[in-house]
Design a protein around this ligand. Structure first.
Ligand code: AKG
Length: 297
C-alpha cells in the first residue's frame, strides 16, 4: 500500500494553464488537452451559484450516504480509513447528484467550458454521461474510488476521445485540503502508472472556488488527502458523443414531461434527441420527431 503523500506544491511554468474564463481560447485549451490531458480555467462559476451548489451538494451527499448505508454499502464516518482503493468507503460521493435538479441544472444551462468539451469530442452535439459530487473530508470514510489512482474511461482507446470531464472546484482547492492529483500527459498511457511515478511526476491542481479543470477521461488522477477540518467539494461532470450510453437514463430519471418542458440545451444534454425507440410507432417518425435525430452522429 502506498501512503497518500502530502507534499509541497511544485509549479512548472510549462504547465501553467490557469487562465481566466474570459482569456481562454478553445485552440489553446485543445492544444493543452492534447499534450497534457487537461486545461484549467479560473472564474468559470460565479459566487452566487457556488453558494447554492455548496448547499445542494451537502444535502445531496447526506441523502446519498443514507441510501448507501440503507443498502449495506459504504461506511459511516469515523471508521478505519483504507489508504488505497478497492470497493471500500463511498463517503463524500454523491453519485448522479444532477437528478436533484436545482443549481446543478442551472450550472449546465451556463454551458461552462462547453466550447472545450465540444472541441475535444469532435465538434458535434454531445450529451451528459455522468454528473456527481465529491466532498473530500478527513472523516475516515472518504470515497475510496476517488482516492485511488484511476482514470475515468474504463477502456483505453489510443485515438478516440471517449469522454471529456469538467471538474468544478466548488471550494478552493489547496494542497492541504486534498486538491486532486493529475499525472500530466498520462492520457497517453494504456496502463496504470506506479504510485511512485504518479506521486513524483504528478501534481496537485490547486485553484480558487469557481475554477474548472477540463480533462480527458483517460488521464490518471486521484483525490489528495484532506488534512484540514473543512470539506473540499467538487463536481465531476462528464460528456460523451450521443451514441455512448450515459451512466443514468436521464429521461426516465426526470420523466418525459419534465424533460419536454426543459430548454433545448438541457434536452440535448439529457439525451432527449438520442433516445432509443422501442417500437415502430416511435421509430417511423418524420425527421423532426425522430427519437434519435440525424444530428447526433
Ligand atoms: O475528488 C477528487 O479529487 C477526485 C474524484 C474523482 O476522481 C472521482 O470521483 O472519480
Amino acid at each position: 500500500m502506498y501512503p497518500l503523500p502530502v507534499q509541497e506544491h511544485r509549479h512548472n511554468s510549462r504547465e501553467a494553464f490557469l487562465v481566466s474564463n474570459e482569456a481562454h481560447t478553445t485552440e489553446e485549451a485543445q492544444a493543452s488537452l492534447d499534450e497534457f490531458g487537461y486545461f484549467t480555467v479560473e472564474g468559470a462559476v460565479d459566487a452566487s451559484l457556488l453558494k447554492k451548489l455548496r448547499r445542494e451538494i451537502d444535502s445531496g451527499t447526506r441523502a446519498c450516504l443514507q441510501m448507501q448505508l440503507d443498502r449495506g454499502l459504504g461506511q459511516r464516518e469515523g471508521t478505519t480509513e483504507l489508504p488505497n482503493g478497492g470497493d471500500g468507503a463511498l463517503g463524500g460521493a454523491a453519485h448522479h447528484i444532477v437528478s436533484a435538479g436545482g443549481s446543478f441544472l442551472e450550472l449546465l444551462e451556463e454551458n461552462p467550458l462547453f466550447d472545450i468539451v465540444a472541441s475535444h469530442l469532435g465538434g458535434t452535439p454531445f450529451i451528459l454521461n455522468s454528473f456527481g459530487a465529491v466532498t473530500n473530508t478527513n472523516t475516515n470514510n472518504m470515497y475510496e474510488h476517488g482516492k485511488t489512482i484511476h482514470r475515468d474511461s474504463r477502456r483505453f482507446f489510443a485515438d478516440f476521445h471517449e469522454q471529456c470531464w469538467l471538474m468544478v472546484m466548488v471550494d478552493d482547492f489547496t494542497i492541504d485540503n486534498g486538491a486532486t492529483w493529475f499525472l500530466p500527459s498520462s492520457h497517453k498511457m494504456a496502463n496504470t502508472p506506479t504510485a511512485e511515478r504518479f506521486y513524483s511526476e504528478g501534481k496537485q491542481i490547486t485553484g480558487k472556488a469557481g475554477t474548472i479543470v477540463a480533462f480527458d477521461g483517460r488521464l490518471w488522477h486521484a483525490a489528495g488527502k484532506n488534512i484540514t477540518d473543512s470539506p473540499r467539494r467538487c463536481l465531476t461532470v462528464s460528456f460523451t458523443l450521443p451514441f455512448l450510453k450515459p451512466q443514468l437514463d436521464y429521461i426516465r430519471c426526470f420523466g418525459i414531461e419534465a424533460v419536454e418542458a426543459m430548454s433545448e440545451n438541457l434536452k440535448q444534454l439529457l439525451g432527449y434527441y438520442s433516445r432509443v425507440p422501442s417500437n415502430y410507432d416511435e421509430f417511423y417518425r418524420p425527421a423532426s420527431e425522430r427519437f434519435y435525430r440525424s444530428s447526433q452522429g
